[in-house]
Every structure is written in C-alpha cells, then in structure tokens.
Design a protein around this ligand. Structure first.
Ligand code: ADP
Ligand code: MG
Length: 380
C-alpha cells in the first residue's frame, strides 16, 4: 500500500500532497565538516515519502508505515525539546524548529514510509526531517529555500531530538540534484552541483553496508573533534580548514603530540582530496577519482583511526577484485563503504566482497548502487 492509501485509511481523507526526501552517502570529505572544511555527498534513490494535510487546529498526528504502533498525537504548543517521543521526535522537532525560527505553521496530519535503510549511516533521520520540512514549507507557503530548510532540519535533530550532527546530511537531502554530487563548504554553507553522471561513463558507485556498528564508536566522535580543536589551537588557527595543504608538512612539524598530528594530517589532506575530486569531475575524468577515494580510506584507517576490520575488508577485497577505488564513508566503526567500479565488474566485485565476508564469518553485507539522485521534492 502506498503512502496516499495509507494516509486515507488512517485519517479518512485524501492527503493534500505527497513529498519525498532522499538519504545520502558521502563521496569524500570525512570529519571535515566541524573543521569548517569541505564535504561532497550525493543523494540516494532511497527516499522517505510523506503524505501530509494541514489541520485547522494546533495538533500534529504522525504515523510511520515502518514502525509498529498507533498514530502519535502531539499538541504543537506543548512540544518540549529532548522529551522522548521516539521516532516522532524527528518530524515533531521540525515543527518545533520552524516555530522557534518564527515561522507560522498550524497543525498537520502526516503518514510516511521510507526506503532509506536505518542505522547504516545513510541518514534516514535527515530524510525524515527534510521531507517534513518541505511538506510544511509548501502547505503553509513559508517560502523557505533548500539550504534554509536544511538548517531548520539540523536544528530539529540537534536541539529537539538531541543528536549533535553537522549540516551535511540535511543539506544533501534538501539540495542534491540528479547526476551530481554536492560540494558543500561547511564554513559559509555555499553549495555547488558537481557533475557526477556515473551511468554515462559506464560506472557504478556501490554502497556496501557492512551491517555492523561497533560500540567503540560511541565516544570516538567527541574525542576526534577535541583532538582537531587542539590541533587548530596549537597551530593558531580558528579551524583546521585554515591550514593550507601546501603548508601541511610545516604545520605537522610544529605539533608535538603524535595523535593530534595524525588528526590534523587526515583533515587537511581530506579537504585537499575533496578539491582533487572536484577538479577531476569537472574535467570529466571520473575514473581517476578511484585512487583518491582509496587514499581517503587509508587516511581514515591509519591517521584518524575510525575504520574497523569489516570496512577494511570491503575496501581491500573490492580493490583486489578490480574496483577503481573504495573508502569507508560516514562516522566509522561500521556503517557503509562506497566502491567505484566499472559497470561490467559489478558482479565480480560484489561476489568477491560477499565471499570474503563469509570466509571471515561476518554477516553478509548489503550492496546496492548509489545512483546520484534528486534531492527533496513534491511528488503529488
Ligand atoms: P541514520 O544513520 O539512518 O540517520 P539515525 O540513528 O540518525 O540513523 O536515525 C534513525 C532513526 O530515525 C530511527 O531510529 C527512527 O527513529 C528514525 N527513522 C528513520 N526512518 C524511519 C521511518 N521510516 N519511520 C520512522 N522512523 C524512522
Ligand atoms: Mg541520522
């Protein structure tokens, strides 16, 4: 049953509209966002789809086809940040964030379903937030732009749900376009669409979901972040973004702490890799980004140290089986990897990774193509 039919069955009326917002995967630029550097995500074909109608009162009714349970009913006036309402905190948080920013939104009935895998590092949460934000923007004629909706969605996740994420996920979901990756400058939040038409080149970008999430990752984000801040402090810059790649060796020589040196080397070199990838894509040389992706993985594995045996196995096996390049993507310690591969080699590489996982006794990975897809949009 589609979301329209689901909506009618739940609420007894036809929805005013249907909207979609995608999950995302990051091509290159990891742990660079909070250093005010560069990231380069693309939207996935997987989307959260929401059927929504306005209400005359100040009530929110929220339902997900993917979650067992009744309709969640909330009073907009009584929304309290960090009050645990489970999954409904994501769409409710968007309504709260809109209100905090002074936008007038009334009640709404919402029913959604999503094909974005949850917890695989593909940002099912941002898809949920952005689809809600776009639907309300259209229905209540708020006139907000994609980047503005992304900021509000991030605010919902940071302050209402209580998850300290950067701006990449929501910006990707709101602003990506088909056949492109999105270059996002995390300092001024400017964006640029970079051509990334894989099909025209006879290429595929595979997402390999390792199906693991190691508990080790719990405090690691904060630790890496603190280490980067320490590096910036010792180098006398506000953020590591300000350390030029050409001055990296000189900067490293000024750092006494081996751990901080590794973190700085990762961040500054990954910002540089984003610029390399952009130059190659602008020149139409898509295959040449493969080795840059693999260098990015080595940096995440050896310098930032946020990879894990499963992700390392994906990258090593895929490259040995003929992939053009591969890297882990996202926060690390599990989640997914991206693999750039000739279309003709997809089956060989997929099979090699599956066999390597079986031989190692790991849960079978989930593999699918990351077709660079459209950002959030109205469907009906
Ligand atoms: P991800 O990396 O997928 O964004 P998060 O932990 O940030 O992982 O977000 C996952 C959470 O988002 C889920 O636990 C759930 O609360 C919510 N969510 C995602 N998809 C759905 C859905 N289809 N229906 C309801 N809630 C969802
Ligand atoms: Mg998330």
């Amino acid at each position: 049953m589609g979301v329209r039919e689901g909506f009618e069955e739940l609420y007894g009326a036809v929805p005013e509209g249907v909207w979609a917002a995608p999950g995302r995967v990051n091509l290159i630029g990891e742990y660079t966002d909070f250093n005010e550097g560069f990231v380069m995500p693309l939207a996935l074909p997987h989307t959260a789809v929401a059927a929504v109608s306005r209400r005359a009162d100040r009530v929110l009714r929220l339902h997900s086809a993917d979650i067992e349970g009744p309709v969640v009913e909330l009073d907009i006036e009584a929304l309290v940040p960090l009050s645990d309402t489970g999954w409904a905190a994501y769409p409710a948080g968007v309504v709260w964030a809109l209100g905090q920013a002074g936008h007038v939104v009334g009640g709404a009935d919402l029913h959604l379903a999503s094909t974005v895998p949850t917890g695989a590092g593909l940002s099912s949460s941002a898809a949920l937030e952005v689809v809600t934000a776009l639907a309300l923007n259209d229905l209540y004629e708020l006139g907000l732009t994609g980047p503005e909706l992304a900021r509000l969605a991030q605010r919902a996740e940071n302050d209402f749900v209580g998850v300290p994420c950067g701006i990449m996920d929501q910006t990707a979901s709101a602003c990506c376009t088909e056949g492109h990756a999105l270059h996002l400058d995390c300092r001024d939040l400017s964006i640029r669409q970079v051509p990334f038409d894989l099909a025209a080149q006879g290429l595929e970008l595979l997402v390999v979901d390792s199906r693991v999430k190691h508990a080790l990752g719990d405090g690691a984000y904060a630790e890496r972040r603190a280490g980067c801040e320490e590096g910036a402090r010792q180098l006398g810059v506000s953020h590591l973004r300000d350390v030029p790649y050409t001055g990296l060796d000189a900067a490293l020589a000024r750092l006494s702490d081996e751990r901080v040196r590794r973190y700085v080397r990762h961040v500054v070199s990954d910002d540089h890799r984003v610029e390399q990838v952009i130059a190659l894509l602008d020149a139409g040389d898509v295959r040449a980004i493969g080795p840059v992706l693999t260098e990015g993985h080595v940096s995440l594995r050896d310098d930032l140290r946020i990879s894990c045996p499963e992700l390392d196995l994906v990258v090593a096996t895929a490259n040995a089986a003929g992939a053009l390049g591969a890297r882990m993507t996202g926060g690390g310690f599990g989640g997914s990897a991206v693999v750039l591969v000739e279309s003709a080699d997809v089956d060989t590489v997929t099979k090699a990774v599956a066999e390597a996982f079986a031989a190692a006794g790991y849960t079978a990975p989930r593999v699918f193509p990351a077709v660079p897809s459209a950002g959030a949009r109205r469907l009906v």
